[in-house]
Design a binder for this molecule. Structure first.
Ligand code: PRP
Length: 210
């Protein structure tokens, strides 16, 4: 008997890209879930149940086993460092993690870096042998150097539009980011057939890097 897969799906802009990939793979899931305030979407016809989570929380649901699998950006996976299996690079929501600052930035004595990714940023600057104070923010990170909260930021760059609009420049790229399919370690064994079948279906439609 096939078992229902509980899938932690990121709310917001990655949802649509993930749903499009599922549909390309022949799994008819709704393209939009933002119209409703519902947080659990039952999809018995495709053997799934979507748990709509804040992207940063997806690995937490999966690690604790309340979701069998989940879709999450590599940025969050690295930052959160949770005990989950990373099964597939889905090749969607491609962007990069970068160090960003004002064009006239110069190394100073007291350096502050603002970011949504304090672990990523701390590790990077430690490896670079640079002493910085990391300030955790939760959004609109680009504001920090513009209003003097920090000298530089570590943040995601996709089109570069936010940087251009705010007169900031990309100084260094830390790593490339795409969305990943992750699995709970126990679910991976207990629901292996269902998870493997989904992986096979998705693998056939993963977009090539452009
Ligand atoms: C992300 C990121 C950048 C922007 C990059 O912000 O933090 O601000 O997108 O995209 P771009 O290069 O295409 O302009 P998000 O929209 O997630 O908002 P928030 O971080 O301010 O919450």
């Amino acid at each position: 008997m096939t078992q229902i897969l509980k899938v932690a799906m990121p709310k917001g802009r990655i949802y649509k890209k993930a749903a499009e990939l599922f549909r390309k793979a022949g799994i008819e899931v709704p393209l939009d879930v933002d119209d409703s305030r519902k947080l659990i979407v039952h999809l018995p016809e495709v053997g799934m149940e979507f748990i709509l989570a804040k992207p940063v929380d997806v690995p937490i649901y999966v690690e604790h086993g309340v979701a069998d699998i989940g879709i999450v950006g590599k940025d969050v996976l690295i930052e959160e460092n949770r005990a989950v299996y990373e099964l597939l690079d889905l090749g969607i929501a491609r962007c990069r993690m970068s160090v960003i600052g004002l064009p006239d930035w110069k190394p100073g004595i007291q350096q502050r870096v603002a970011t949504k990714y304090p672990n990523v940023a701390s590790q990077y600057f430690r490896e670079q042998g640079q002493q910085v104070e990391v300030i955790k923010l939760n959004g609109s990170i680009e504001l920090a150097p513009m209003i003097g909260l920090a000298d530089r930021i570590v943040d995601m760059v996709e089109t570069g539009e936010t940087l251009r609009e705010n007169g900031l420049v990309e100084m260094e790229t830390l790593f490339g980011i795409t969305s990943r399919l992750i699995a709970n370690r126990v679910s991976y064994r207990m629901k292996n057939e269902e998870i493997q079948q989904l992986c096979d279906q998705l693998q056939r439609v993963i977009p090539e890097p452009t």
